[in-house]
Design a protein around this ligand. Structure first.
Ligand code: ADP
Ligand code: MG
Length: 467
């Protein structure tokens, strides 16, 4: 350290100190060691690349202002970073990095200490493709989505802290978590938002442990406004990581900063977690994400295809929504194959092409809609045996199921009323007419019944389209 550099830096600190909080000054400026002054370039030593990135991200404007005030308009700052401490054989290795060179003093004064460069360097890791606008709402995600919106509008000020989403793969947890981050970034550009998968967090943490970077690691996380941690189940049985996270969690929570978590199962079913962490997961709101229902899948398909600029015939959309019943990621996979195939073969996407492609991807669902199929579908839906369906029982639920069966038999087959009656326990044709009238009435008056009717109608209709 030469005397000039020391003097120069101490003058800079004199300018910086009143402009930052005491704690930040201690954390980020005191560890900096001035090492050389080459003309108007001051070289300072910082403990790690992480530290350098953070300084540049958050304080580049302030540093530049200080340097220029002390060294004049030509003043520059360079960082030297110890990347290898060295040993008896070789000297420590240093890396020299410049400060952001792009700004002029004019743009500096107009943008203050928050420079455009700082936004550049601090990367939130948010994926801008994941927004609320393209996260289709359905019963499957209504609570989670609206809690997410509430948090995005008032991060840290709702009782949803932490906000935790859980559910199986491909149901939109990561999408929703990013959507919140993106919306917060839009509403509050000054907030420091950071998205990270738990797996990366663990790796970063181990890296920091081995390379003396724990202090920086901690400081980075403690300074965030919004932390989004994806797939927390990955922390299971990782005691040290859990300890570190517990510390970060408490600090952020106490300072009114927002924490958003996702896991693949409800918090109560997470194993391999310290009790104290476990209990914190339940402090705020846990909301689950479920499989989308038929209507939601239809909307998701339409939305995705509109983005791709492809129009699908209605029967294809319905067929897809009906046959892909695992998760949204699989549904997207099918849509991508469909587009690829139709582009490669220069074929229109129609039901036949769709069926061909789906054959290899999901279970085929082709069956003729005949009386057996109708009876089986209705019995399954109401959790009855075939015998119960056609038997003499006059229990209300069974009568209703039986009447629906007759109704659909009339709608989907060419059988006469008399034959239908025979199939349903040797009843006569007036019973079938009565059943059809009852169904029509109930659709108008009974919401629960109407739902059963619609579910079954959908299943039969889809199969009917197929043959
Ligand atoms: P998870 O994190 O739960 O495994 P993702 O968030 O990665 O699931 O979602 C898988 C894919 O499905 C993503 O491409 C996402 O955009 C899409 N997706 C999930 N739910 C919806 C939805 N409700 N509307 C639109 N796309 C969705
Ligand atoms: Mg995910």
């Amino acid at each position: 350290m030469n005397k000039n550099s020391k003097e120069t830096w101490s003058k800079c600190l004199g300018i910086i100190r009143p402009q930052v909080e005491e704690q930040s000054f201690k954390t980020w400026f005191e560890p900096i060691v001035p090492s050389q002054l080459n003309g108007a370039t001051l070289v300072v030593q910082v403990p790690s690349i992480f530290f350098y990135e953070y300084l540049e991200g958050k304080y580049v404007g302030l540093l530049r202002k200080a340097i220029m005030a002390v060294l004049g308009a030509e003043g520059k700052l360079e960082y030297s970073i110890v990347v290898d401490k060295g040993n008896k054989e070789h000297k420590p290795k240093l890396m020299v990095l410049p400060t952001q060179q792009t700004q002029t003093s004019e743009s500096l004064s107009s943008s203050g200490t928050k420079s455009t460069a700082s936004k550049h360097i601090f990367k939130s890791q948010l994926n801008s493709n994941y927004q609320f606008e393209n996260l289709i709402e359905g019963d499957c995600n209504r609570l989670a989505r609206s809690a997410g919106l509430a948090v995005a509008n008032k991060p840290g000020y709702t009782s949803f802290n932490p906000l935790l989403f859980y559910g199986g793969v491909g149901l939109g947890k990561t999408h929703l978590a990013h959507a919140i981050g993106n919306k917060i970034q839009k509403n509050f550009p000054e907030k420091k938002i950071f998205y990270i998968s738990s797996e990366r967090f663990v790796n970063q943490f181990m890296d920091a442990t081995q390379n003396n970077g724990l202090q920086d690691f901690g400081n980075f996380y403690l300074d965030l406004d919004i932390l989004i941690l994806d797939d927390v189940q990955f922390f299971a049985n990782k005691g040290k990581t859990q300890e570190m996270f517990f510390h970060i969690f408490n600090h952020l929570h106490q300072s009114g900063k927002q924490i958003i978590l996702t896991t693949d199962r409800p918090p109560k079913d997470l194993v391999g977690f310290q009790d104290r962490l476990h209990s914190r997961f339940k402090w705020g709101l846990s909301a689950d994400l479920q499989q989308p229902d038929f209507e939601t899948k239809i909307a998701i398909i339409r939305n995705k295809m509109a983005v791709e600029g492809v129009r699908l015939p209605d029967n294809v959309v319905e067929y897809l929504a009906y046959s892909v019943d695992t998760n949204v990621r699989d549904l997207e996979g099918v849509l991508i194959s469909l587009i690829a195939q139709s582009t490669l073969n220069k074929k229109e996407i129609d039901l036949q092409l769709t069926k061909e492609i789906l054959k290899n991807l999901v279970h085929p669902i082709e069956t003729e809609v005949n009386i057996d199929f109708i009876q089986k579908s209705v019995a399954d839906y109401f959790e009855l045996s075939l015998e119960q369906l056609v038997d003499k029982s006059r229990k209300k639920e069974i009568v209703i199921a039986r009447q629906l069966g007759m109704y659909f038999a009339k709608e989907y087959t060419n059988l006469s009323l008399q034959t239908i009656g025979q199939y349903f326990g040797k009843r006569d044709h007036s019973t079938v007419i009565h059943a059809i009238n009852c169904v029509n009435d109930l659709i108008e008056t009974d919401r629960k019944f109407k739902k059963s009717y619609q579910d079954l109608q959908r299943k039969l209709k889809i199969n009917h389209v197929l043959v």
